[in-house]
Design a protein around this ligand. Structure first.
Ligand code: SF4
Length: 252
């Protein structure tokens, strides 16, 4: 007997497939649902430029952590800041740190495959994992308390919390404490000599990942629906596009 075929509506199609979503996708959902739907459902994203200097700092830091991971010794920064841990040695560490792979968790009932690429993971003597992320900036005076009040500073904490949730879902014991390994490039040195100096700030954060699952599911449900949320009236980008559109309507 011939099977009966029926075309699925967009909504049924989105409900039936596993939606691959990254931690930056959930962050985008929290910032602006319209931009999130545009990016994930319609593949419309604002142009972006690569942050190659920041990536270079990340990579240099990764090399250092790998050196101490191999020896299973604490990085000198751990000793300086009283962090009782060593870089975590695990066969999947390179996958967890790789963009577009990362550590992942799949829920086939709700229909998502969620993941994020972590910068580094350390292990305490009691077996708990500490999640860390490397950040670089260049400020005259580094003040985390100021940065923490900014939306992007709050996003850094959520980033760590999403990684913590992912590691817990993968069966690891995870400490609530997490670290931003911050490097501040010194821009007022008298001579450059093709060498940039950095000061280090270890920012310890007490994290709480209890919000992650709820927001992740909300984001997935939005993609599974046919909703197209409105734009924010305070967003500079949308206001720019709106004004641009109204001017072009008068001229064209
Ligand atoms: S308000 Fe507009 S430009 Fe701004 S984040 Fe949302 S959709 Fe994107």
């Amino acid at each position: 007997m011939l099977a009966e075929f029926r075309l699925l509506s967009i909504q049924e199609f989105m409900t039936n497939q596993i939606i691959k979503i990254s931690r930056s996708g959930v962050e985008k959902y929290l910032e602006c649902q319209r931009c999130f739907v545009l990016a994930y459902k319609h593949k419309v994203r604002p142009p972006s430029i690569p942050f190659t200097l920041n990536s270079a700092v990340d990579n240099l830091c990764k090399n250092e952590f790998d050196y101490y991971r191999e020896k299973q010794e604490p990085h000198p920064l751990f000793i300086e800041h009283g962090i009782d841990a060593v870089p975590f040695k695990h066969p999947d560490i390179d996958i967890w740190r790789q963009n577009f792979k990362g550590i992942r968790y799949q829920d086939t009932t709700i229909g998502y495959d969620f993941g994020g690429a972590v910068d580094d993971v350390w292990m305490k003597p009691n077996g708990e994992l500490i999640i860390s992320d490397v950040k670089s900036t260049s400020k005259k005076e580094f003040d985390w308390n100021q940065t923490a009040k900014m939306p992007y500073g709050q996003g850094y904490k959520r980033q760590l919390e999403m990684y913590q949730w992912l590691f817990r879902k993968n069966g690891f014991k995870v400490a609530n404490e997490a670290y931003l390994v911050y490097f501040n490039g010194l821009k007022n040195e008298p001579m450059f000599n093709q060498t940039m100096k950095f000061e280090n700030h270890m920012v310890r954060l007490e994290c709480n990942d209890s919000w992650v699952e709820e927001k992740l599911i909300e984001a997935v449900r939005l993609l599974q629906s046919e909703d197209f949320p409105g734009a924010s009236h305070t967003c500079e980008n949308c206001n720019y596009l709106r004004k641009r559109w109204s001017v072009s309507q008068k001229i064209d």
